[in-house]
Write a protein that binds this ligand. Structure first.
Ligand code: SAM
Length: 335
């Protein structure tokens, strides 16, 4: 068979992918998908509903169609199924804030090579969260909550917590995992461990669910402070690439110490596959840490299994959590 000659198609798509990101973010900010869902379902109607100076409305609508976010069906426009489920404001699963979560990094990605060339050792205190004000924590966690609530529900479906009485959530953010777990398991109590401004924000989310009597939020820098003991379950979710191998191994060992014998630990993270060939998404989360000059990297599932084994966990395994996005590496403290 004739060898296919390489062309530049893939490279061109990659090198201009930032335009696609910008189009999606702008569409969320302008409420394009919400307006369509609420009735502006022809090209003319949607352009008019946006109220932009011509031809800007046409440009963003055509871009969304070109990206497959909006589909044409005859004269009508329809949202793609993922857009319909997650990007219509006011709907339960609305994840618009999560779509804009990394936007503050936008300008610095344009200077990535300069950041990569920066001399000097990485800093353990991750600057993306270390000096956060309560207001910044609120913006950050409005975004994590908009996607985390679904992840919390998924965790409670995937992991049998029926016999558990105390769960700790290390770097628990908005409390989404504790909220999901406690709603599904009436006997469960939980503690969100996070940095002081985040704890204040988490308490608000917990109160919204009427769970303040069962979920506590406690200030704790997981690299420096002790964890409360006697837990049946410990979770650490979506902060894996923020720290290097030494820090993650130390946190996993501390989680082991916080668990009762027989208790389980779940590291839910953006991890590379065993041969470190992907996912691209996990690799990008690691690369993003360059902007923070942090110790963070993309860890592989094999490395994560190694952290759990080294800490003393047994029956260590890996499950896809959100396939292609998050893995769940889990183990038990021996009984
Ligand atoms: C992307 S958020 C994930 C939040 C939550 N686990 C979830 O999945 O919804 C990362 C969280 O880790 C927390 N975090 C990062 N470094 C921390 C540290 N050294 N000590 C405590 N929390 C930390 C952040 O404040 C933030 O809440």
């Amino acid at each position: 068979m004739a060898e296919t000659r390489p062309n530049t198609v893939r490279l061109q798509r990659l090198v201009r992918a930032y335009r696609e990101s910008a189009a999606l973010m702008a569409a969320v900010e302008l409420g394009v998908f919400t307006k369509l869902a609420r009735g502006a379902d022809t090209e003319e109607a949607l352009i008019a509903a946006l109220g932009l100076v011509p031809p800007n409305g046409e440009r963003i609508v055509v871009a969304c169609i070109g990206l497959g976010l909006i589909e044409r069906h005859g004269d009508r426009l329809r949202l793609a199924p993922d857009v319909e489920r997650f990007l219509v404001e006011g709907d339960a699963a609305y994840a618009g804030p999560w779509m804009l979560f990394t936007k503050p990094d936008w300008n610095e990605w344009g200077r990535l090579a300069d950041h990569l060339r920066r001399p000097g050792p990485p800093v353990v205190d991750n600057k993306s969260v270390a000096e956060m004000t309560v207001e910044e924590a609120r913006r950050y966690h409005r975004a994590t909550y908009s996607i985390g609530l679904g992840a919390g529900r998924l965790f409670a479906r995937q992991v049998d917590l029926s016999a558990a009485r105390l769960m700790i959530d290390i770097g628990g953010g908005s409390g989404a995992y504790c909220i999901g777990a406690c709603r599904a398991n009436p006997e469960l109590r939980a503690v969100v461990l996070d940095l002081p401004p985040v704890v204040e924000v988490a308490r608000g989310f917990i109160a919204e669910h009427g769970l303040s009597d069962r979920i506590d939020a406690v200030a704790c820098d997981f690299n420096k402070d002790a964890f409360p003991g006697g837990a049946d379950v410990a979770v650490m979710a979506s902060n894996l690439p923020m720290y290097g191998r030494e820090q993650i191994a130390a946190v996993v060992a501390k989680a082991f110490g916080a668990l009762k014998p027989g208790g389980s630990f779940h590291l839910v993270g953006e991890a590379l596959n065993a041969d470190r060939t992907g996912s691209a998404d996990a690799a990008m989360w690691g690369l993003a840490q360059t902007l923070n000059a942090s110790t963070g990297i993309a860890h592989s599932v094999t490395e994560c299994v190694g952290y759990l084994n080294a800490a003393g966990f047994e029956a260590v395994g890996v499950e896809p959590f959100v396939p292609g996005v998050l893995e769940r590496i889990h183990g038990h403290r021996p009984s």
